[in-house]
Design a protein around this ligand. Structure first.
Ligand SMILES: [Zn+2]
Length: 401
């Protein structure tokens, strides 16, 4: 499906549906949500009863047969592509959870798929037979031709689109397209990065990449708005207003963080031939009670963007797939100095006396471990242009002090 030098990426654009189209979309979102939730309920019931159910049987019961009942007759008002895709989405969510339970799927344990909620983000997914592009507009079956703000041009014909209504009331189209890679000239630099809570990331060169300061302020506004929302009576007009305010602030925080992550990822990938990071699932941090703040801090977002850009620009992004006690080992002499509480920002190695910034030391260890991984993968050879090579020489790098 994907050519050797083409990558599948998403391109997102703002949509401006007319009032009638908004009503048609609301119907489609509602039907997709109900079908998705019905799929989960049916699969849960079968699972509890110890029965196996085929994917086609789920779709038949939740869509085809349901349409014939008075309670679900309105499913017939929307495009069947939307309903089929909702079944597929539910199937994938269920399978991820199952594979994660059985250990087939690596990484962070996936929870039971969440039921879609009326007040959350709404979406429908359409394959080629459910949408098309007409004279600058997006045609969606049974909705019509929707106005799009083309902030940049699509690199290729999209294979599918997700139409989204965010909780703040804005509409977006997210197209899946193929994009040709655009490799950059080789660079001799390589870098290890340690992602953190109070700092977004620290590099093995000693560079500290902070979370943008204005993000903190926006997060404080959001927290205040959330507290205000929790005090409003259920079902009241004031509650609806407060919910909308929370959604708008959410969008601002999200956009600010995403923009900063894009710029940071682009810079790292431009400057360095290879970027190494810990696999967060393996690092153990994502499983602790820090998990929520981990996600708020945007680690996974930054690493996802670095990975995406590395593919596009012909660079290497590598996650260390095994546990390495990066914050305990001295990057100068290699001795394990024992665990350090998170409050310890700098420490002195008992063996060689080197003074370390906790995060920079970890980043240097990540660089060394990443290089060792790659050397092993290449059968011990050093690829030309991969910069300096051998693992363990990390101590020769600039330190933060
Ligand atoms: Zn040491």
């Amino acid at each position: 499906m994907v050519g050797s030098d083409a990558v599948q990426v998403r391109y997102r654009y703002r949509l401006y549906p007319a009032p009638g189209q908004q009503a048609a979309l609301a119907r489609a979102f509602g039907c997709a949500r109900v079908v998705f939730n019905d799929c989960l309920r049916l699969r849960d019931a079968c699972h509890e009863a110890g029965e196996k159910i085929a994917d086609t049987a789920v779709q038949r019961r939740v869509v085809t047969l349901a349409k014939q009942t008075p309670e679900r007759a309105w499913l017939g008002e929307v495009s069947s592509v939307v309903l089929v895709q909702a079944c597929q989405d539910a199937r994938r969510a269920y399978r991820n959870w199952f594979d994660s339970l059985s250990g087939k799927r690596k990484g962070r344990r996936a929870g039971h798929p969440k039921f879609r909620r009326k007040h959350g983000r709404q979406s429908i997914r359409l394959t080629r037979n459910g949408f098309s592009l007409h004279g600058g507009r997006l045609y969606v079956a049974k909705v019509g031709e929707i106005r799009v703000r083309w902030s940049r041009s699509l690199p290729s014909e999209p294979s599918s689109v997700t139409v989204i209504r965010e909780p703040d009331g804005r509409y977006y189209a997210s197209f899946v397209v193929e994009r040709q890679a655009a490799p950059l000239p080789a660079s001799a630099r390589e870098v290890g990065i340690d992602v953190g809570l109070d700092r977004l990331a620290v590099t093995s060169d000693g560079e500290i990449i902070a979370n943008p300061r204005f993000l903190r302020a926006k997060e404080r506004h959001l927290a205040r708005a959330q507290r205000a929302l929790s005090r409003k009576a259920k079902g009241s007009a004031n509650r609806a207003k407060a919910r909308r305010r929370v959604a708008v602030l959410h969008r601002k925080v999200r956009e600010t963080r995403l923009d900063h992550a894009h710029k940071t990822a682009l810079r790292l990938v431009r400057e360095d031939q290879a970027v190494y990071a810990e696999d967060l699932a393996v690092s153990g941090l994502a499983c602790t009670r820090l998990a929520k703040s981990v996600h708020d801090a945007g680690w996974s977002q930054l690493l996802r963007l670095v990975e995406e850009k590395a593919v596009h620009y012909g660079r290497t992004f590598h996650r260390i797939g095994r546990f390495v006690p990066t914050s305990q080992v001295c990057s100068e002499c290699g001795i394990n100095d024992g665990p350090k509480p998170l409050s310890v920002r700098t420490w002195t190695c008992a063996e060689c006396g080197a003074v370390h910034d906790r995060d920079v030391n970890a980043a240097i260890n990540i660089l060394a471990a990443g290089r060792a991984d790659r050397l092993n993968a290449c059968g011990g050879g050093v690829r030309p242009g991969s910069g300096l090579a051998a693992a363990g020489e990390a101590g020769t790098h600039r330190s933060a002090a």
